[in-house]
Design a protein around this ligand. Sequence first.
Ligand code: PFF
Length: 460
Amino acid sequence: MANRGSFSGKIGFILAAAGSAVGLGNIWRFPYLAGQNGGAAFLVIYLICIFTLCFPVMIGEIAIGRKAQSDAYGSYQKLGGGKWGYLGLFGILAGVFILSFYNVVAGWAFGYFLEISFGNLLDTQDFGAFFGTYINNVGIISVFSIGFMVLTALVVSQGVQKGIEAANKIMMPALYAILIGLIIYSLTLPNAIEGVKFYLVPNLSEINTQTLFDGLRQAFFSLSLGMGTLMTYGSYVDKKQNIVASASIISIADTSVAFLAGLMVFPMVAAIGAYDVQGPSLVFVVLTEVFHNMGPTTGKIVGGSFFLLLCFAALTSTISLLEVPVAYLVDQKKLPRKPVVWGVATLIFVVGIPSLLSQGKVEFFSHLTFYKDRDFLTFISDMCDLSLTIGGCMLCIFIRGKWKIANMNEELSIGNPGYMNSYLRKYVSFSIMWTCPILLGILSLLIIFDKFVGIEYIFG
Ligand code: PFF
């Protein structure tokens, strides 16, 4: 086989996969979902989803990639034959759509990082209005989104080891360092303890079916599961490595960053008592006001660090998202990596234009009549979340019905000789045969129903 590239070793793979997992999902989306869904109660549901549904799927996904040594399409095709390759294509397509809207939000973060660092943002008084106007300034947001996509493409075009691995080896430690620094600072703010309580004391009255759906889709999204990212990264891993151990570290790394992001954000929310600010604007509006209140110098340093953190997190994820279609075209169509990277990056930016225009700029995209008047970015993000749970369900069906559990276990015991006789093998095998496909199948159907009709018709 032509030289596809590979990670240099265990650390390179783990950092890259953790980099894919840790992203806007952890720092931008997790805190606001937790805030909307009863704080710690959401955390508990999220952890249950990670352990029962995501962890086994992650192991299966990496195992398929390493066994087949191919991209998402090629892996399914190689191990399953027939029409199974289409499942890989479905994932690749989902990845293209995820990156299309993700890059827009990354553009907001990149813009805020530059604005705060140069001081403009801190001059405003009404942060909500500023945010609304800012993300509707299509010219500026296009520039930042293109800038972000260019950074992503520059890394991916360098290949697996010199690009993806090297970038993650710098950005991931930096990300942790900034996060820890910001948490320490945040906990010294007035009222910090109130924020921590809001975050960590469960508010059971706010748990409902929505909490369950939000927990599940967030867990899948956060771990980058169900669309072939970890399959593609797994295909760059050598046979010496212990997949189960790596998957454990990746899951723990991702979950801890989501947890810590909440610990950083809620004391800041408490500092200005802005508990009522909900949804996607949480970090952009509330935190920016907190940075403003810190005074010009501290505000610039702390605020700049926060948005730099957000950019690093986003970039390590966009890199992995771009790699999935690129690997497909390089492996299957035998095209050269560099031109493919730039071509795909351009195409995905274009696919993202409706998301970019959907924050009020263009009425049609801002209020979709067929989607309960919600905006296009929310629509596409919801559909992508759904594709991930469907992808996860199908992955289990594939392993169970086609590739066979015994083959998966054989692959998993390479680099992990004790695996065959472990309880973990029983747990993972049972989950992939029963728990995951059944629960993911039911939940995917309920999510479809909820999104287009409304779950209240079933559960009242
Ligand atoms: N896991 C990333 C996040 O939490 O922001 C998003 C993501 C990256 C989802 C890669 C899916 C993916 F394949």
